[in-house]
Design a protein around this ligand. Structure first.
Ligand SMILES: NC(=O)c1ccc[n+]([C@@H]2O[C@H](COP(=O)([O-])OP(=O)(O)OC[C@H]3O[C@@H](n4cnc5c(N)ncnc54)[C@H](O)[C@@H]3O)[C@@H](O)[C@H]2O)c1
Length: 338
């Protein structure tokens, strides 16, 4: 079997998840190089992933490493130039979300993808590969709920990890670009059309550190779509019970709810606290299978010379909507999405 040789860029929280999948769980891929600006992470690559060809400079990895493809899991502001450099160096590219942190950057990445139609490019909106979200999409396409006219999405990070969120708040781009981008992509995907306007608000009740750097702890946004459908997104960082991601799609003939209770598994504990279902604690736990399935899809597309379902334009569209949402939140006005 031909194995696709992959170099990974970024070995932080999510980079380690992708690196382990490529190294150990995807039969037609091998991890042959790694790049990080954090020396300890390169030691991790050597010790835990068996990758000795390591770099601190991304362009040097492109130049010297024996790789067919790169997986970009670096800080969001690095994605677009790295996508462009990798494609121009003749490598297939997987980039995690967001595509870029502003629309101009995203357009540059679009041009690079268009320059290289022979190379595979995939953006990592992994929720589309989660079995429940993929099932919901299939049921909608089969007409199970009639015409979908509303999506309600909730994404609340666990309060147990709030210190990390506070640390990154000043550079995260704000709560919407940081957190709501998955929900924005899912609304477009489920409704099958584009958002045209948005209204948003935010608040902070527990951790004033967020407002000190111009961010908020919790926020909500309402969207109108071009066919008249509506979207509602609620994001936050203080879920006491775990990592709470929940989505509801409502149609003319019914509705679908995904993860109404973000349960850890199907076990229920009956004790002095009552009947208790534990919740998932973090994004790698909730979406572990989706991260594997999306990377398998990328590798299979490289092998077969195909393009995956999530493309560069999905990245630009979601970033543009995230920007408009941020503007609506900052100004308190309804913002048209161009
Ligand atoms: N799909 C998801 O659910 C999901 C979840 C978490 C993070 N993400 C995205 O993944 C990316 C990484 O997030 P994280 O939480 O792992 O961040 P992190 O801060 O833990 O790790 C960032 C990594 O990027 C590397 N890096 C930064 N600049 C670099 C450069 N110029 N060259 C090489 N390496 C560089 C750092 O060395 C580090 O390894 C972000 O874009 C984030 O939005 C996606």
């Amino acid at each position: 079997m031909k194995k696709i040789k992959v170099g990974i860029a970024g070995l932080g929280r999510l980079g380690k998840v992708h690196a382990n999948n490529i190294a150990y769980k995807i039969p037609n891929a091998e991890l042959t190089a790694a790049c990080s600006i954090v020396p300890a992470e390169l030691e991790y690559a050597k010790e835990k992933l068996g990758v000795t060809d390591v770099y601190t400079d991304f362009r040097e990895m492109l130049e010297k490493a024996d790789i067919d493809a790169v997986a970009i899991v670096t800080t969001s502001s690095e994605h677009c130039w790295q996508i462009e450099a990798a494609l121009d160096a003749g490598k297939h590219v997987f980039s995690d979300k967001p595509l870029g942190v502003d629309v101009a950057q995203c357009k540059q990445a679009e041009k690079a993808v268009e320059r290289h139609p022979d190379l595979t490019f995939m953006l990592g909106f992994m929720r589309r590969y989660d079995k429940s979200y993929a099932y919901a999409k299939k049921k909608i396409e089969e007409g199970a709920i009639g015409t979908p006219y509303m999506v309600k999405a909730t994404g609340i990070d666990p309060e147990a990890h709030v210190e990390g969120a506070i640390k990154f708040a000043a550079t995260s781009g704000g709560i919407f670009l940081d957190m709501a981008i998955h929900d924005i992509d899912l609304m477009r995907w489920f409704l099958g059309c584009e958002a045209t306007e948005v209204y948003a608000q935010g608040c902070t009740f527990k951790h004033p550190e967020f407002q000190q750097v111009g961010d908020d702890e919790t926020a909500m946004a309402c969207y109108k779509f071009e066919n008249g459908a509506m979207g509602f997104v609620h994001v936050g960082r203080t879920a006491p019970h775990g990592y709470h991601v929940e989505t509801e799609i409502i149609g003319t003939e019914g509705s679908i709810r995904i993860s109404a209770i973000p349960e850890k598994n199907q076990a229920m504990i009956f004790d002095v606290h009552g009947a208790v279902t534990e919740c998932v604690g973090s994004f790698p736990e909730r979406f572990d299978e989706a991260y594997l399935l999306e990377m398998q899809e990328f590798i299979d597309c490289v092998c077969e010379g195909k393009q995956p379902g999530v493309n560069v334009y999905d990245g630009t569209k979601s970033t543009a909507i995230g920007y408009a949402t941020t503007e609506a939140w900052k100004t308190g006005k309804i913002v048209k999405i161009g």
